[in-house]
Design a protein around this ligand. Sequence first.
Ligand SMILES: *Cc1c(COP(=O)(O)O)cnc(C)c1O
Length: 409
Amino acid sequence: MSKKLSREDCAALDAADPLAPFLARFRRPRDLLYFDGNSLGMLPWAASRRVVEALENEWGEGLIESWTEAGWIQLPQRVGAKIARLIGAEADEVIATDSTSINLFKLLAASLKLRPGRRVILTEAGNFPTDIYMAEGLDHLLGDVEVRLADDVAKAITEDVAVVSISHVDYRTSALSDMPALTEAAHAKGALILWDLCHSAGAIPVALGKADFAVGCGYKFLNGGPGAPAYVFVARRWHPLFTQPLAGWMGHAAPFEFEAHYRPSPGIKRALSGTPSVLAMTALDAALDLLIEADMPRIRAKAEAQMDLFARLVDERCADMGLELLTTREHGMRGSHLAYRHAEGYALTQALRARRVVPDFRAPDIIRFGFTPLTLAYVEIFDAVDRLAAIWREGLWQEPRFAQKAAVT
Ligand SMILES: *Cc1c(COP(=O)(O)O)cnc(C)c1O
């Protein structure tokens, strides 16, 4: 191997980084090395200002008038149109609403309606739990649905599958699914496909192509804040046909006519249920501008470079630790986090947090390091690996306090 990388080498990468000016546009706690933007993105200063403005002027002064004067009523569509730019969709195919879990329920139900005679929801055995649970909940309600779990989804698509529900990036290993190939495989069997973009939108450029449906969340790579609104994508060809069971008044064709019966809005708005969380949505609205300005291909290029750097530094400085990289080193085949397996993964994660390095832990033995190029400098990667090596060398992770499981990992 060539000469070991130094901190100066990493500082030189920062000096040459076209995205470096974005670091100052986020609130960055002092001396905190944050590798968890894949679970909760950092706070953009613009989002902070925007929420205060919405709170004090729009709510505080404008009150009910703000629904029209401040444009609150259009927020779900306006935010949806911004998200559309990140995922290769048209502005009117995406709307911000509810949570990912709720939106999964809506679209899985919509899929069953669009494929009468087919009662199978096919998903991955290793999918994010809520994606599976929401399908099981739908079966509990309807009583005749089969929730089929497969290790290799592509091979399990049969003629009775109504919808293939799949994550674009595996939340554990960071493996990236082949979106065009799986979409085509589903369609070849007459099934619909629903993509979960929680770990890809805002991290990598997404091109939904011929996909039917998608969902994703606002608080991870989109930096919309804790519990930020999620979103729904419905391909335009389905707009006149899709129906969803959480048919609230905000999805009605004329909510302020207060009609006695439901009549769905003609477009994507029928994916809405009730009143949006306006304050939360203003934060997401402001945060999205940074991703759009930075441009997804540039973000992706830096993330690949940062993941390469991290993996190389771990190879050079932590070779004796027994860390096993589960994520591929191949560009274009992974999301924006690296997953390392270690028998003492939980204690190591806690010891890192005590040293102001924040990755996260996924049971039973995975440490995840998220790479969010707008909020992460190359020298921070050097410093994080340096602290990891020191924790191992000093045996800090063996302290009993690091074995206690916290409520949120
Ligand atoms: C984070 C995540 C979710 C979260 O769903 P919520 O309803 O926001 O709690 C769902 N699916 C995947 C794949 C995720 O990564």
